[in-house]
Design a protein around this ligand. Structure first.
Ligand SMILES: [Zn+2]
Length: 372
């Protein structure tokens, strides 16, 4: 057997986070509260099976598939708090459905759980590095009502929010998360809601207040995910031009960015924007798999997307990812677990294809990487 020469510069590849939950877990979650003891064994089985199947794809970095994040990537940390109500901020999706956040009904604001508790379990099962996604302060800031509270001013809420977020990231880093990824899906939505860009600016400023609390060394393991949303194959802001988002996004004090790209109508145009605004310390993980599109990408399709991206992003600053999680909301059954893992496998295989002899023949960047 002839083996390809190992790549001189391996392109890192990472998932975003969520994997569809097993049907028996979804069924039980519809009957009992997410913290019901009857769910413990189901959660444990789901996490173990997710990590086993993740590792079987060859993925060098895995997650727990967010099997315990209930209801979703947004409110997992505050679900069950006695000082919240269900009538919070609305996220309208392209298929006409709406998802709703929780609203704070009184102070003080505290997390009920931090994401490092998920990491504890995942790392018991995993044999490869585990990454952990956390929700952005900007998303949770939407929980504070516009009219405010006389005895709990917004400034105090923001201070409490930043403290909880910082604590969550620090604990994940200390426990050995490969990366901590801040989910910032509301960035693109902010430009849709407020085309003047002021809302996005306020989100960026708030998230930078949090990121400023970390050292440059810590920020090397911190990343930010941007996407147009993904829920039941629908999006919330795909029509927003990345030209109105990415220049501001890259001002965030993080070293890694996970940018949905596979579902974009004109990926080349987006890559040109990335090239223009990318900073030297930043690595861009471009989306090469679209969780919201039916059908499984081939490894060759992924390879072509990687080679295309490498024409615009220096290979030492390039990585690949999925455009989004495969089920950011826990009841999303639009993609099967089999399909999700088959897509991840294509990402892993396709990302490793550049820099093999067949790719080097046609790819300038592979030749360049060889000389580095
Ligand atoms: Zn996403």
């Amino acid at each position: 057997m002839i083996y390809a020469k190992p790549a001189s510069v391996a392109i890192p590849t990472e998932p975003i986070g969520s994997i569809p939950r097993p049907p028996d877990l979804i069924e039980k979650l519809a009957q009992v509260d997410s913290e019901d003891p009857a769910l413990v064994a189901l959660y444990e089985d789901a996490i173990r099976d997710t990590i086993e199947r993740f590792e079987a794809t060859g993925s060098p970095v895995v997650t727990d598939g967010e099997q315990r994040k209930y209801h979703n990537f947004l409110t997992y940390c505050v679900h069950g708090l006695s000082n919240t109500s269900a009538d919070g901020f609305k996220i309208p999706f392209s298929d006409g459905r709406t998802r709703r956040m929780l609203r704070l009904t009184r102070g003080p604001f505290r997390y009920l759980r931090h994401a490092d508790s998920y990491l504890d379990v995942a790392m018991r099962y995993a044999h490869v590095p585990v990454k952990q996604a956390v929700i952005s302060p900007s998303a949770l800031s939407l929980m504070y009502p516009a009219e405010g509270f006389p005895n709990y001013p917004r400034e105090q809420f923001i201070e409490d929010l930043l403290h909880e977020h910082e604590t969550e990231i620090r604990r994940c880093l200390q426990k050995g998360a490969h990366k901590v990824q801040i989910d910032f899906t509301e960035a693109r939505l902010a430009v849709k809601i407020d085309p003047s860009g002021q809302l996005l600016d306020s989100f960026i400023d708030l998230n930078n207040l949090a990121l400023s609390r970390f050292s440059p060394e810590e920020r090397r393991r911190i990343g930010v995910h941007t996407c147009p949303g993904g829920d039941f194959h629908a999006t919330h802001s795909a029509e927003v031009d990345y030209a109105n988002l990415l220049p501001r996004l890259f001002e965030l004090k993080a070293d890694n960015f996970y940018v949905a790209l596979a579902c974009e109508q004109d990926p080349q145009r987006v890559l040109k924007i990335i090239r223009k605004y990318l900073r030297p310390n930043q690595r861009i993980f471009v989306g090469v798999i679209s969780p919201i599109r039916a059908g499984i990408e081939s490894a060759e399709e992924v390879r072509d997307r990687v080679v295309e991206a490498s024409k615009y992003i220096p290979i030492e600053q390039l990585g690949t990812t999925d455009d989004c999680g495969f089920a950011p909301f826990s009841d999303d059954t639009s993609t099967s677990r089999d399909t999700a893992f088959a897509k991840i496998r294509a990402r892993v295989l396709g990302t490793a294809l550049p820099n093999t002899p067949s790719c080097r023949r046609e790819c300038r960047n592979c030749r360049r990487a060889e000389q580095l």
